[in-house]
Structure formats: C-alpha cells, structure tokens
Design a protein around this ligand. Structure first.
Ligand code: HAM
Length: 419
C-alpha cells in the first residue's frame, strides 16, 4: 500500500459535494462582483515567488516546494495565487486593457509547513485581485466580496480584523521606530527576528516565538505613524465598511505573512477551528506590479483557504445543501427489460435527470435494496408488461406511493417532482 503524502488530503465521493458547494458559491460571488476567472500554472519560475512574495517571509525561506527540472531551471509549486496572477497580468499586456482588471481564481497551493488541523502542505484557495485602482472604494469592495462569500456560506461568526501598514514613506519612519524599540532586546530574540530586523522589521510583529512575543506586544503601533494620505485612505475604507453595515475590529498587529502589502490589510478570523483560525486574508499591494517589472500600478486582493472554510462549516451549524441523489433508479428483470431500462436511463440523462440502472446483475429485490441505499427518489421496475405498454409504475421511495407514468413522459414528470 502506498499512502497519501503527509499534509495532503483526498476528496472522497461522499464529500465532493461540499467542495462543489463552496466553489460554486465562490464563483457566484465573483460573478456578482464582476470578476473574471483566471488560471495560472501550478508551477512557476522560482524567482517569481522570491521577488513577489518576498525574501523575508517564511513562505519563501522555509516552505516552498522548489526543484530543478530536467532542463536545469529552478521551478516552484505555487505557494499562493497572487504572484502568478500578477505575472499573467503583465505577461499578457492586461495593463493596457480598461482598468481596473478584476480577476478571480480557485487554485491549489503548496507550502512545506508542519501539518495540523487547518494547515496542509497542499491546500486550496479562492482568491481575487483588482489591478489598477488606488481608491479606497476598491479596498471596501474586495473586503465586501470576501464578507459576502463567507456570509453566503452561513459563516456568521467569522470576525473581520483590519489594519493599515502604510506606504513606503510612512513605513520607513515606522521601521525606524520599530528598530529603535527592538534594538536593545535583539540578543534575546530568535534568529528569524534578528534577520528581519535589518530586512523588514515589520515582519517581527508576526513572530510566534514566545520569547519574541513578550517584546512585540509593547512595540510601537503602525497606526500612529501613518502619513496623511494613508490615514485618509484608511478612514475612508472604514467609513465605507461602516455604511455597508460590516463589523470589524482594527488590529494593529495584523501585518500579514507576505512581504508585498501596503496600506489596507485584513483577515477574517474564526475561533472555532483551533490555532489556524484565519480563513481569509488579503490586502493592498501597490508596489508588487512595479517590483515584478511592470509599470507601477496599484492592486489589492484576498485569498480564502477552502479547507479551513470546510472545517469551519463542519464544526459549526453553517451546513451544506443536500448531496445530489439519483432522481430515479430503473430496475430491469430479463434481458429485454434491462435493455429498455438502460435505454430509458440514457434518454433521461440526456434531459438532465440523474438516473441509475443495475451494473451488478442483481435480482429485482436486490436492485430495490440498492436503490434505497443510494437514496434514489423514485424507483421504476421494467418487466415484460412494461416493455409492451411503454408505461412504468413509478414508486416514490419517501412515502411508498406509486403512479403509472408513460416512459415518454418520465423526464417531464421527474423534473417537475424534483423542483
Ligand atoms: P495567505 O494569508 O498566505 O495569503 O493565505 C490566504 C489563506 O489561505 C489563509 O487565510 C488560509 O485560509 C489559507 N492557507 C494558507 N496557508 C495554508 C495552509 N498551509 N493550509 C491550509 N490553508 C492555508 C495569501 O496567500 C495571499 N496571496 C492573499 C492575497 C491575495 N493577498 C492579496 N491578494
């Protein structure tokens, strides 16, 4: 027996409807907000993530699935969706199409992390990105799209946490303040924090080491250092969320795990699924397009982790719609009636009816039992008589009532019953 790799999961036949429901809801929300789907390869040149996601992040430093391909190129399985979508945007000249460009994706992503509940090595994201707009309305729209997605799934207990981490101008001053604050404690802090001290001190605030947390809790707050432009931007985002009736908490410790963010950052967090409670995270990244070689353009987006949402839905009362069951099981007896059952099922399927027939050479009694096990809504038995009359006795399994229906009228009758 060969087992599944650590940190990955199968989706079983009796679970896939949950995935489909989450994905369909994502597509519905994306459509309503006028986002178009994009698909990028599962792997990209390693450099894209090094430059895009950032050298001071755990994702790039410790977690990437990187390998050399047979042509000697360094290739990396995407650890997130944004960098690839920015590459797609630039490489295909979308910067010269009418702005903003609004794109969404549902994609697998790969991070070599220590697996635990809600943390996998292969996971899936529903994400969306807006390119070309710097306006706070766009920040609010992106946050509202995430909110709407979670809300549609019935996840009402998920809390929105909001912050602004400023632009390069105010961040510079804040970084200086952070460095002044952390400098005296640096010897007692972890090696990661020490290396972040020079490269990106803001990321020290994201450290999970207990020894570092005791210093980070008293660190200066970015919100006290925002320049007027960033402050006004943040105020406008908040007032738009207020008028949309969306509740949030401003949390100056939300700095996000990736290097590209500027101004607005946000996370939707649940307390119901353990330590990995962030179901969705995102923010503005006005510098990334320029950093990846394009003419600088503002951008913002988010990604939600599908496995975490699934876990949350299973742990709470959010619930899923019922799994699709066969609308009809058509049982046959001898060869002639089985042939008619086979043909009738095929015709019904062509008209959008989920129909099932015997594949195992079972007796009629055993076919009935099986139809019950797979929760078929109706069962029709075709025998000698039915072959002649082209009519079946249609039994409703939920209450045992039955009705004579002409085979040619079956699809109409069943589809009516389904609705
Ligand atoms: P992220 O916060 O790294 O952001 O990931 C987004 C979401 O993916 C997380 O909130 C979480 O639900 C899920 N996730 C991340 N890592 C794992 C894992 N190991 N196992 C299971 N789920 C996980 C980004 O990826 C950014 N690209 C989001 C973004 C889009 N920002 C702007 N645009």
């Amino acid at each position: 027996m060969i087992n599944i790799p650590k940190g990955t999961k199968d989706v079983l036949p009796n679970q896939s409807y949950k995935w489909q429901y989450i994905e369909e809801t994502a597509r519905e929300v994306a459509r309503a907000f006028n986002f178009k789907e994009v698909r990028t390869p599962v792997f990209e040149h390693t450099e894209l993530f090094q430059r895009g996601v950032g050298e001071t992040t755990d994702v790039v430093n410790k977690e990437m699935y990187t390998f050399e391909d047979k042509g000697g190129r360094s290739i990396t399985l995407k650890p997130e969706g944004t960098a690839g979508v920015v590459r797609l945007f630039l490489e295909n000249g979308l910067a010269s199409s009418p702005l903003p460009v609004k794109a969404y994706y549902i994609t697998p992503a790969f991070r070599y992390e220590r697996p635990q509940a809600g943390r996998l090595r292969e996971f899936h994201q529903f994400g969306l990105e807006v390119f070309g707009s710097a306006s706070p309305e766009t920040d609010a729209e992106v946050i509202l799209a995430a909110f709407s997605f979670l809300n549609k799934l019935g996840l009402k207990g998920v809390k929105l946490q909001l912050n602004s981490i400023g632009c390069p101008i105010c961040r510079n001053q804040y970084n200086t303040a952070l460095k002044n604050y952390f400098r005296p404690h640096l010897d007692e802090m972890c090696p990661t924090c020490r290396s972040r001290f020079d490269k990106n001190p803001l990321r020290i605030l994201d450290c999970k080491e207990e020894g570092c947390k005791k210093y980070t809790s008293g660190a200066p707050e970015i919100l006290d250092y925002l320049c007027d432009d960033c402050k006004n931007h943040f105020e406008k985002v908040k007032s738009l969320l207020d008028s949309a009736g969306v509740e949030y908490t401003v949390n100056s410790r939300i700095v996000r795990g990736l290097d590209y963010y500027t101004k607005t950052v946000f996370e939707f967090v649940s307390t119901e699924i353990g330590a990995q409670g962030t179901v969705c995270g995102g923010g503005r990244y006005d510098g990334l397009i320029g950093q990846l070689g394009g003419n600088p353009l503002p951008a913002i987006g988010f990604a939600a982790g599908i496995e975490r949402i699934l876990l949350l839905m299973e742990n709470t009362s959010a619930g899923f719609p019922e799994e699709q069951k066969p609308l009809i099981y058509i049982a046959g007896m001898d060869e002639t009636s089985r042939n008619l059952a086979f043909k009738t099922a095929l015709e019904l399927r062509g008209k959008g009816v989920c129909a099932e027939v015997d594949h195992m050479g079972r007796s009629v009694k055993a076919q009935f039992k099986y139809a019950d096990k797979i929760s078929a809504k109706f069962v029709a038995v075709i025998g000698e008589n039915e072959v002649k009359t082209k009519t079946v006795n249609l039994k409703k399994m939920s209450d045992g009532t039955s009705k004579e229906v002409k085979i040619e009228d079956l699809s109409k009758y069943l589809l009516q019953e389904e609705n």
